[in-house]
Design a protein around this ligand. Structure first.
Ligand SMILES: [Zn+2]
Length: 365
C-alpha cells in the first residue's frame, strides 16, 4: 500500500496511482535484455498508440513516437528512455543440460551465484549454480568465482528450447513495499513508464518526440540513430541512477561516494562520464522544481552515462540533459526505489515541459 503522503504529492499535477503502478509492474516483469527488447516494445506500442500522432519501429528496434502540439513556434523536444536491461546471454549448451553464459551490460559477477533466473522468451525458470558452503574451503571463499566456471541450471532436459544467443534475466517479481518498490530493471523501466505517462499527458506547447531506445546498456547504441531520425531542438534522457546512500562501508569514516539518495527527488544531471549537461537546461529544470516546490537533487558527478551521451553529439549537436529516478542496488537482481521519487520526477518533467518556449534555447549556453 502507498502512504497517504504518496498519494497527495503534488496535487494539481500528474500522479502515481493504481494505473501507473500497474504499468510499471508490467514493464518490470517483462524481460528485455539488450538486443532482445521485444516484450517491452510490445507494451510500449500498445500503451502509446491511442495517444500518438505517429508510432514507428526503426531497423534496430527503437520505437519512435511523435505527438504534435498546437500553435506556432513549437520546440521539438526529444525524450529518450531505454527499453533494455542488463542480463545474461546463453553461449553454450553442455551435455548435462547446463548452460554457459556471458553478461550483457555492466554486471558485477560476484552478484551472480545462487540467483534465480528466467531463460529465453518462454521465461524458463533456472538458477545460476553455486557451490554450497559445505564444499568450499576457507581459501576458496576469499576468491571470486569466475564467470567461465558458472552455469545456468534449468533442472530438466528442455531439448532445444534454449539456444545460444537466448537471453536470461533475474527472476525477481515486482513488489510494492509500503512507500517503495522492489523490482529488477527499474533501470530503465522507470524512464519507459515516465515517458508513456508524458505521452498521455503532453503539454501542447511542444512537439514531443519520444524515443524508446534499444541497447543502451551495451553502449547507448539505439539512441544514436533515434536522435538522428528525430533531429530535435533539445533532448532529455530519462533514466534511473544508482542511489548509494547506505551507511559507510568497511574503513570509510563517512559515506562520501553517494551520487544520489533516496527520498531526495529526481536527480538532475550536471555531468556524467558521457555528457556535460546544457547549462540552460539545468537552470530550466532546477528553476521549475523550485517554483513548483518539487524536491530535486543534483546527481553527483562520476561514472555512468545515459542516452544523452550520444544524443548530444548527433548531427550538428543537440542541447541535452538527463533526469533520473534514484534506485538502490542498480544492475543487480533487485533494486529498491521510492514511489515519491518517481512521482516527483513525473511532476517535474510535466511542469518543465509546459514551460518550454523558443526563448529557452535562445540564450547563451
Ligand atoms: Zn539506465
Amino acid at each position: 500500500m502507498m502512504t497517504k503522503e504518496t498519494m497527495n504529492v503534488n496535487n494539481n499535477t500528474l500522479k502515481i496511482g493504481a494505473d501507473q503502478l500497474g504499468l510499471l509492474e508490467r514493464l518490470c516483469n517483462a524481460t528485455a535484455v539488450s538486443g532482445d527488447e521485444h516484450e517491452v516494445r510490445q507494451i510500449v506500442i500498445e500503451e502509446v498508440k491511442p495517444f500518438a500522432d505517429e508510432v514507428k519501429v526503426d531497423k534496430l528496434g527503437n520505437v519512435l513516437v511523435t505527438k504534435l502540439g498546437k500553435g506556432e513556434h513549437r520546440v521539438r523536444v526529444m525524450l529518450a528512455a531505454h527499453m533494455d536491461e542488463i542480463g545474461l546471454m546463453i553461449v553454450k549448451k553442455h551435455d548435462d543440460d547446463l548452460f554457459e553464459f556471458v553478461c550483457v551490460g555492466g554486471i558485477d559477477e560476484r552478484q551472480l551465484p545462487g540467483k534465480a533466473v528466467l531463460v529465453g522468451r518462454e521465461h524458463l525458470p533456472g538458477v545460476i549454480g553455486a557451490k554450497p558452503i559445505h564444499q568450499t574451503t576457507a581459501e576458496e571463499r576469499k576468491d571470486k568465482i569466475k564467470l567461465s566456471s558458472m552455469r545456468i541450471d534449468l533442472g530438466e532436459d528442455i531439448g532445444d528450447k534454449v539456444k545460444p544467443g537466448d537471453r536470461a534475466t533475474f527472476a525477481t517479481r515486482f513488489e510494492v513495499l509500503g512507500y517503495s518498490v522492489r523490482a529488477k530493471a527499474l533501470d530503465d523501466r522507470f524512464g519507459v513508464a515516465t515517458l508513456i505517462e508524458l505521452l498521455k499527458h503532453t503539454p501542447e506547447n511542444i512537439d514531443l518526440l519520444a524515443a524508446f531506445t534499444v541497447q543502451e546498456e551495451v553502449g547507448l547504441r539505439g539512441a544514436r540513430v533515434t536522435a538522428y531520425a528525430f533531429n530535435p531542438d533539445m533532448a532529455i534522457a530519462l533514466d534511473s541512477t544508482p542511489a548509494y546512500d547506505l551507511p559507510h562501508w568497511d574503513d570509510e569514516d563517512e559515506n562520501v561516494r553517494y551520487n544520489t539518495r533516496l527520498d531526495a527527488g529526481p536527480a538532475i544531471y550536471v555531468m556524467d562520464r558521457a555528457t556535460i549537461a546544457d547549462r540552460r537546461l539545468v537552470h530550466w529544470l532546477t528553476e521549475t522544481a523550485e517554483d513548483e516546490r518539487i524536491p530535486y537533487q543534483i546527481r553527483q558527478p562520476g561514472g555512468g552515462g545515459t542516452d544523452a551521451g550520444v544524443i548530444h553529439r548527433t548531427r550538428s549537436g543537440i542541447p541535452s540533459i538527463s533526469v533520473s529516478v534514484p534506485a538502490r542496488y542498480a544492475h543487480t537482481a533487485a533494486s529498491i526505489a521510492r514511489l515519491d521519487d518517481w512521482a516527483n520526477t513525473l511532476s517535474l518533467l510535466y511542469r518543465a515541459l509546459g514551460r518550454v518556449s523558443p526563448e529557452l534555447l535562445a540564450g547563451d549556453r
